[in-house]
Design a protein around this ligand. Structure first.
Ligand code: 5GP
Ligand code: MG
Ligand code: MG
Length: 194
């Protein structure tokens, strides 16, 4: 798999150190109830946020519940498409009143995915909602989405690894990398890139 990569943008150690910081901030910043941090409802957007979330929650030593939202916008292509919500793979409680939500995604690009997820959470009336992304691209659209926790700002390249896929592959890479153009050509249907 390593031969399929053009550049490694962020290695395992850098990810690990950044996750320590993000988790510590989340715990420090969640409102306190009765002298202790209030319960966190952490909501990853599937499937890209799966690896990030698994590593992040094990650094959060306070009461936490996990629910999932499934939204996909890429299909097999490498360009943003329309975001679509998958009700079957979503496990959101109908009522989030009084609860402190942290939405988690792998990457913020056009912002469509997060805006849709934020709307689904807000209509359930949480006491607070914060948003966390591991990666953010330098687009105006991405900057326009309110995000409290950002792991890394990265260049405007298509990246894979640590949960992020190309045509369903490479999620299991332990680092964030740019795949070779030849690999993208081989795996992405020509019709899906237009
Ligand atoms: P947005 O809706 O912000 O355009 O895109 C966010 C979603 O698209 C992410 O949740 C992620 O699944 C996918 N995405 C955006 N940029 C990339 C990228 O560079 N690589 C991969 N693998 N997925 C991306
Ligand atoms: Mg996604
Ligand atoms: Mg994807």
């Amino acid at each position: 798999m390593d031969a399929d990569l053009e550049t490694i943008l962020i290695d395992e150690q850098q990810i690990s150190r950044r996750l320590d910081d993000l988790a510590a901030r989340m715990v420090a910043e969640v409102p306190r109830e009765g002298g202790v941090p209030a319960e966190i409802v952490l909501i990853p957007i599937m499937t890209g946020a799966l690896v990030f979330t698994a590593d992040l929650i094990r650094r959060i030593p306070t009461m936490l519940c996990l629910h999932t939202v499934a939204i996909s916008s890429y299909g097999r292509a490498t360009q943003p498409g329309e975001a679509s919500f998958n009700r079957e793979l979503t496990s959101l409680p109908d009522d989030l009143s009084g609860r402190h939500v942290i939405l988690v995604d792998d990457i913020l690009d056009s912002g469509q995915t997060l805006k849709m997820a934020q709307a689904h959470v807000l209509e359930r009336g949480p006491a607070s909602m914060k948003t966390c992304v591991l990666l953010r691209k330098p687009t105006n659209a991405a900057r326009a989405v309110p995000v409290e926790y950002v792991g890394f700002d990265i260049p405007d390249r298509f990246v894979v690894g640590y949960g992020l896929d190309l045509a369903g592959y490479y999620r299991n890479l332990p680092m964030i990398a740019v795949p070779r153009a030849s690999v993208i050509e081989r795996l992405v249907e020509p019709s899906a890139t237009s």
